[in-house]
Ligand binder design. Structure first.
Ligand SMILES: Cc1cc2nc3c(=O)[nH]c(=O)nc-3n(C[C@H](O)[C@H](O)[C@H](O)COP(=O)(O)OP(=O)(O)OC[C@H]3O[C@@H](n4cnc5c(N)ncnc54)[C@H](O)[C@@H]3O)c2cc1C
Ligand code: FES
Length: 367
């Protein structure tokens, strides 16, 4: 028995040593020389020193690909098509690529290292994504762990976006974090104010970017964002809509509600917004204002369990429970969901059980 354990330990030790040698060799010895990347059939050609991830190379060239997890290979957002030179698909990519996508040459650009010449195709709309500098004009406390950051655009000083879309905020290195990372944040402002981008950010314990936002970013400081990105938006369909969000999932709905107000949209919308305690809910007054100004909008805040000191005469329970209590059948509805992956998966299950057409459920997972 002892011999078997020793053998396993020895094999594991050798494997770990080999992996370490490979990492060190890759980092300090491997030289790939100069590599050329042809983008969208010669629309652009770049020549760089090989060795970095394709995502990093494109970002350095100001070609911004959505990368919500900051290149960790966990969001699946950074897909590009590689026509030549990408090498085999890695096991880290397969969970995010359907058989069809693999067939078409789609890859996660954060996982592909540039080692030789590449021929790639990126979605046309991403070629128009721009980088913006902005001044953080105001930081407002919304709850104990959520803040609104009001960014005034400088260069360019206007942004065109569809309410529901998001931007990527650049978090620079700071004491405690030596890397530069991008994180996705939904635009939470009035689209009529094209020189302003509001972000509603919830603090994530030990999170790189949210720690920077909450502890280092100051009013008056210049920041960089790029965008806009994403397909999450209100459809043109006049069908009644159900909005479901939790925490900072409120963000895109603020922008969408402004858009509806400007358009005098008469569409029927029921918005279920959940939190564990009363202290987790934000912007209740702004939602009341939308109720007064929109023709058929109802806001339903739902609290799982009010804290011992909190008074609450609104709905209690999970937001998904509130939805199933309220509706028998959602076959005629569209649904828009925003928040944590857990909340969204639970909501989709409930919506399907209430007869909603899956093709009419739109969501942005804050993964
Ligand atoms: C489309 C989209 C829109 C979004 N909009 C918003 C929004 O409007 N508001 C908002 O608040 N958030 C939003 N998010 C989430 C946001 O992008 C960030 O994920 C979030 O703010 C956390 O970033 P962070 O850098 O602080 O945390 P991270 O450093 O990314 O860490 C997140 C968590 O993962 C853990 N972690 C860190 N490193 C690792 C690792 N190597 N392996 C495993 N776990 C690790 C951390 O401990 C932490 O718990 C959105 C996300 C998406 C995809
Ligand atoms: S950036 Fe998230 S998977 Fe590539």
């Amino acid at each position: 028995m002892a011999q078997a354990v020793l053998a396993v330990l020895a094999i594991s030790g050798v494997a770990a040593m080999l992996a370490l040698i490979l990492v060190v060799a890759e980092r300090f010895i491997a030289r790939y020389g100069s590599c050329t990347i042809d983008i969208n059939q010669g629309t652009r050609q770049i020549t760089i020193e090989g060795g970095k991830s394709l995502l990093n190379v494109l970002t350095e060239e100001k070609l911004f690909i959505p990368s919500a997890c900051g290149g960790r290979g966990t969001c699946g957002y950074c897909k590009v098509t590689i026509r030549e030179g990408g090498g085999p698909i890695l096991p880290t990519e397969t969970p995010f690529l359907t058989a069809d996508e693999q067939e078409q040459g789609l890859r996660l650009s954060c996982q592909v290292k540039v080692r030789n010449d590449l021929v790639i195709k990126i979605p046309e709309e991403l070629l128009s994504v721009r980088e913006y500098t902005a001044v953080c004009e105001k930081i407002e406390d919304l709850t104990y762990d959520m803040k609104r950051f009001i960014l005034r655009l400088q260069e360019p000083d206007r942004i065109d976006y569809v309410p529901g879309q998001y931007v990527q905020l650049l978090c620079p290195p700071y004491p405690g974090s030596d890397e530069e990372v991008y994180r996705a944040y939904s635009i939470a402002s009035d689209p009529a104010e094209t020189g302003r981008v509001d972000l509603i950010i919830r603090r994530v314990p030990n999170g790189i970017c949210t720690t920077w936002c909450f502890e280092h970013l100051q009013e008056g400081q210049t920041v960089r964002i790029n965008g806009p990105y994403g397909e999450f938006r209100l459809s043109d369909n006049p069908a009644p809509a159900l909005f479901i969000a939790g925490g900072s999932g409120m963000a895109p709905f603020v922008s969408i509600l402004h858009q509806m107000e400007h358009a005098h949209d008469t569409r029927s919308v029921r918005y279920f917004y959940g939190g564990n305690q009363v202290r987790d809910l934000c912007l209740l007054d702004e939602m009341k204002r939308f109720e007064e100004h929109l023709e058929d909008f109802t806001f339903v805040p739902v609290v799982a369990e009010p804290g011992p000191e909190e008074s609450w005469d609104g709905r209690r329970g999970l937001v998904t429970e509130a939805v199933s209590e309220e509706f028998d059948n959602l076959a005629d509805y569209e649904a828009y969901l925003c928040g944590s992956p857990g909340m969204i998966d639970a909501a989709i299950k409930v919506l399907k059980s209430l007869g909603i057409d899956k093709a009419r459920v739109y969501y942005d997972k804050f993964a």
